[in-house]
Design a protein around this ligand. Sequence first.
Ligand code: NAP
Length: 283
Amino acid sequence: MKNVESRNKIAVISGGTSGVGKKTALDLAKKNINTIILGSNKEKGSRVKNEIIKESGNVNVEFYPVDLCSLDEIKKFRSDLETKYDHIDILVSAAGVMLSDLKLTKEGYDQNFVINYLAHFWMINEMLPLLKNAKQGRILLVGAIPFVINRSKVELPKLERGTKYSGFKIVGESTVSKVLLTIALSEKLKGTRITANIFHPGYVTDSNYGADSSWFVKLLGSIAGTLFSKKNPTIGLELALEPSLSTTSGQLFNEKKEIIPLSSNYNKALADELWRFSLNLYR
Ligand SMILES: NC(=O)c1ccc[n+]([C@@H]2O[C@H](COP(=O)([O-])OP(=O)(O)OC[C@H]3O[C@@H](n4cnc5c(N)ncnc54)[C@H](OP(=O)(O)O)[C@@H]3O)[C@@H](O)[C@H]2O)c1
């Protein structure tokens, strides 16, 4: 039965079973939001769902298994969700991986590219009809330290890879793509009640991110986290619920909820080009 008259807001959180997504899901559940967490690992997802219910005291927490490498699974999730709810208020697109070796999806795409960028494009587009039915829908993407975002090379992702594979590089390119996607969304959603923003989540310590990476990448991550970021902030929650942000869109936030101006290398023309590129990979 459709939850048409739900008193609580409804949030969907990809990557909600660990790290940034789990932290945001727990914070939202504590505020009585109906919280739907997604992840690929069923056993972990059920365990984390129970953990969040116990810690928040909110029984309206659901886990839904979705492998983000598969557009079919994302579409199936959307159609199942539509049988239960007529809208969602919040989409936090928080899933991410750092795979050191090249792994391909069934369709032959690089998993680092898909899980860190393309699946966010797919998920957001699949959720748009439900977000449009909300009083005010919010899309939140997860970025990185703003200093790094503004010093990254801003270009479209490349599907061809050179001989020497670097997962680290693909993850960096995907973060740039998520910033451009935020710009494209904010333009395309003008005139709707949906906003799209990207944020640095701070240093979320309960994370599996980069577990598969070299000791050097892990060390770099923890140094950057410790030195340059606030630990475990509630930024995801604040951006999801703060009333004064109901029309703010296309912005990069740091973990202190400050808007950080983007370098002029991030522009609408490139964002449009990325949108067209991504549409070609969305069927
Ligand atoms: N942690 C930090 O301090 C920090 C700081 C800045 C930026 N970030 C960014 O935040 C993002 C997430 O990092 P994190 O620390 O939250 O990582 P994490 O702790 O490893 O969590 C990753 C989440 O993504 C999900 N996921 C991975 N592959 C998936 C797939 N194929 N299908 C569905 N879900 C999948 C995982 O669920 P399953 O295991 O069930 O697949 C898990 O819920 C990354 O882009 C990272 O760059 C993190």
